[in-house]
Design a protein around this ligand. Structure first.
Ligand code: PLP
Length: 415
């Protein structure tokens, strides 16, 4: 079983169809490049939805994992292990906070943040038991658990999975006033993505995060930043909140924290917040395991050099400049920050899916979202030359797709 067709056919037969992958079967990868089972190479411009910020096969991360694999992989939290303290202390320091609660997947970390916020609301803020409310954003994406999809505004994510968990109020993303208007005495937290990734890399208006921070402080409401996708170097800073000088009360982290090797997530906050969780009230068999901590510590070490943030900043400026030059040439909008871009394709030319399929044939892997948007988020180790090459391929694809339109279509001509 080695051909792309055979593997896809067997996968489709024996796995739930909860994704709609591009028809490529990856076999190995290094840095920003992956190779499929037939030996074709592609530049990875998705990076596992930003889980591979440090590249495929990063030697510092692999070295830490391999060393740990030989020694100790799991204890459960029934015992301490010798990698736990360093990981938690290192991550707390990276975030400028006191404490870490390690989990595995992003959704688990978001669930953790919700539980912590509610408990903090009852025990510290004095909210009436079972009345806690959390303000969330229109267009949010925080994961796939039943509670999280309860407040999704995407019908595909939400519909058919009810009854919904109560206690969430959805407001417009980007409007601080909408948050202010939605706050009640029972509000315990505002949960937001500093940049909405799955919604199409939506960057809120300048000043928004700062205003939200002020409103939360004023009303004794926790600001919870889901930096699972935006954090850990992607936007050119360690956290996307830093671009506005904002420090949330809780960071929710995942994806790149596991270095593209193992699922590692965490909630990071000060002791007056995370301290509300007592033995028996929350946990995970695998959360904070030795392998995860070894990999997570290696990731923290890479971030502490500042090199990856700088690369995202510098190469991100190049990426955005080049993408903006495609406006009017098949692209109608470009958003994002650092090495992270949402590119809206002119729907008269092609869908996002069609562009991604064509990019794949040209050796670039990217993924569409919401019909006409494609997302570009290569590993932060991508070279300038490769990044330029990827944008050249996108340019080519847009030209090809527009040339294939029937004569007289109101697309690129003259623009
Ligand atoms: C902002 C954000 N939060 C949470 C999640 C969920 O993470 P996971 O898929 O690891 O559960 C994602 C995944 O895309 C995300 O982008």
């Amino acid at each position: 079983m080695t051909t792309t067709t055979d593997i896809i056919e067997l996968s489709e037969r024996h796995s739930a169809h909860n994704y709609h992958p591009l028809p490529v079967v990856v076999r190995e990868a290094r840095g920003a490049w992956v190779t499929d089972v037939e030996g074709r190479r592609y530049l990875d411009c998705l990076a596992g939805y930003s889980s591979l910020n440090f590249g495929h096969g990063n030697q510092a991360i692999l070295g830490a994992a391999q060393e740990q694999l030989q020694r100790l992989t799991l204890t459960s939290r029934a015992f301490f292990h010798d990698r736990f303290a360093d990981f938690c202390a290192g991550l707390a320091a990276l975030c400028g906070k006191d404490m870490v609660l390690p989990m595995n997947t992003g959704a688990e970390a978001v669930e953790t943040a919700i539980k912590v916020a509610r408990k903090w609301g009852y025990e510290v803020k004095g909210v009436t038991p079972d009345h806690a409310e959390i303000i969330v954003m229109d267009g949010n994406f925080h994961g796939r658990t039943t509670t999280i999809v309860s407040f999704s505004t995407d019908p595909d994510a939400r519909d058919g999975f009810g009854p919904a968990t109560p206690g969430f109020t959805v407001v417009e993303y980007g409007s601080a006033e909408a948050i202010r208007a939605a706050i009640t005495p029972d509000t315990v937290a505002v949960l937001l993505e500093p940049i909405q990734g799955e919604a199409g890399v939506l960057v809120p208006p300048p000043g928004y995060l700062r205003q939200v921070r002020e409103i939360c402080t004023e009303h004794n409401v926790l600001l919870v930043a889901d930096e699972i996708q935006s954090g850990l170097g992607r936007t050119g800073d360690t956290f996307a909140c830093q671009h506005e000088g904002v420090v949330p009360d809780m960071y929710v982290l995942g994806k790149a924290l596991g270095g593209g090797v193992v699922p590692v997530s965490a909630v990071v906050a000060d002791a007056d917040v995370l301290g509300v969780i007592k033995p028996g009230q929350h946990g995970s068999t695998f959360g904070g395991n030795p392998l995860a901590c070894a990999v997570g510590s290696a990731v923290i070490g890479l971030l502490n050099t500042g090199e990856y943030q700088a690369r995202a900043r510098e190469l991100g400026a190049l990426l955005h400049e080049r993408l903006r030059a495609l406006m009017g040439h098949g692209v109608i909008a470009v958003r994002g920050r650092g090495l992270w871009a949402g590119v809206d394709i002119d729907p008269s030319i092609a869908t996002g899916r069609q562009v991604c399929e064509a990019l794949m044939r040209h050796g670039v892997l990217a993924k569409d979202t919401h019909g006409s948007t494609i997302r570009l988020a290569p590993p932060l180790v991508v070279s300038e030359e490769d990044l330029n090459w990827a944008v050249d391929r996108l340019t080519e694809v847009l030209e090809e797709l527009s040339a294939a339109l029937p004569a007289g279509s109101p697309e690129l001509a003259g623009r």
